[in-house]
Design a protein around this ligand. Structure first.
Ligand code: NAP
Length: 282
């Protein structure tokens, strides 16, 4: 039995859909804080919350493989949640805990969440649970969030200097997760799941200009100014700070690497940022 944790989230939902499309024959159980929201499509559904150890233990009964979607709150609370998941997986004796980590995780990262991912990976190793870690790059879809504003204003505002990163399509990540759940031989492995190309914001502005025929210029602000602007827009403080830190980390070159792991898992080239933006533009 395959268990999908955090099943109502976007990456988890896409992975569940990919399991179906790829012809998975193993039973699937979907666990979420909001099971009523789930489209079951033949899968079992149940409640599970990373804050409630007993709910995780119940969800993992008779399960061999677990998709462990990283949580989405502040670092300390997130790590406590992750330790609950790891303890439940150890107790259940699962054969594969598939954790969605982040590229270049480090306790010293300028990106706050890099530390909770590094600590989670270390906790998984320490627990001795058979695990597969995927280190996801920044989602390409993050670049769509400001696309409307960029097109209206003609300006792409960022705080990442000339730093480069390799945006990756969420649909490709989901397909890779499904393939890793459907095949054997991944225990103990770490896969670096990046998009195919390294890009700076100057290159992204150029790409949007090419795709739309509209001249887009970049406007660089400081990470502190980004944090202030995001807070003013109503983002929770921890998230605004993390996103400012992400810009600092990009500028410092923490994500200036790409990998072919995703292409190997998919058996094809992953989607480029150009393809993701072009699809969104329709
Ligand atoms: N690589 C990137 O660029 C990037 C960007 C943003 C986030 N992320 C990370 O990747 C994860 C998945 O991304 P996404 O786009 O699918 O995010 P999303 O759509 O916002 O979903 C958030 C996920 O976190 C789960 N979750 C949060 N708190 C939980 C709790 N207490 N108990 C159980 N599940 C909990 C949710 O599960 P339920 O609501 O179903 O319980 C859901 O699957 C995020 O949670 C975050 O850690 C990565």
């Amino acid at each position: 039995m395959i268990l999908i944790l955090g099943a109502s989230g976007e990456l988890a939902s896409l992975t569940t859909a990919a399991l179906h499309t790829l012809g998975n024959t193993e039973a699937v159980r979907l666990a979420s804080r909001s099971p009523a929201k789930l489209a079951a499509n033949g899968a079992q559904t149940l409640f599970a919350d990373y804050d409630q150890q007993d709910s995780l233990e119940a969800a993992m009964a008779d399960v061999s493989k677990v998709l462990f979607i990283s949580g989405n709150i502040n670092n300390d609370a997130r790590l406590a949640q992750h330790l609950n998941v790891i303890a439940a997986a150890k107790k259940a004796g699962v054969s594969q805990l598939l954790y969605t980590s982040f590229q270049s995780p480090s306790l010293d990262s300028a990106f706050d969440f890099g530390a909770s991912h590094a600590a989670t990976e270390a906790a998984i190793r320490a627990a001795g649970v058979p695990a597969t870690v995927v280190r996801n790059a920044f989602y390409a879809e993050l670049q769509l969030m400001s696309l409307g504003h960029t097109l209206d204003s003609g300006v792409l505002t960022h705080a990442a200097a000339n730093g480069r990163f390799a945006p990756v399509s969420k649909a490709d990540l989901a397909e890779a997760l499904a393939r890793l759940l459907m095949t054997e031989g991944h225990a103990g492995k770490i896969y670096e799941l990046t998009g195919p190309e390294l890009m700076s914001y100057t290159e992204i502005a150029k790409l949007i200009s090419e795709l739309t025929g509209k001249h887009i210029q970049t406007h660089e602000i400081t990470p502190d100014a980004q944090i202030a602007a995001l807070s003013q827009m109503g983002l929770p403080g921890f998230l605004a700070k993390a996103l400012g830190g992400a810009s600092r980390a990009i500028a410092a070159g923490e994500y200036d690497t790409r990998s072919d792991d995703l292409a190997h898992i998919l058996g094809r080239e992953p989607r480029s940022l150009r393809e993701v933006i072009a699809a969104a533009l329709g």
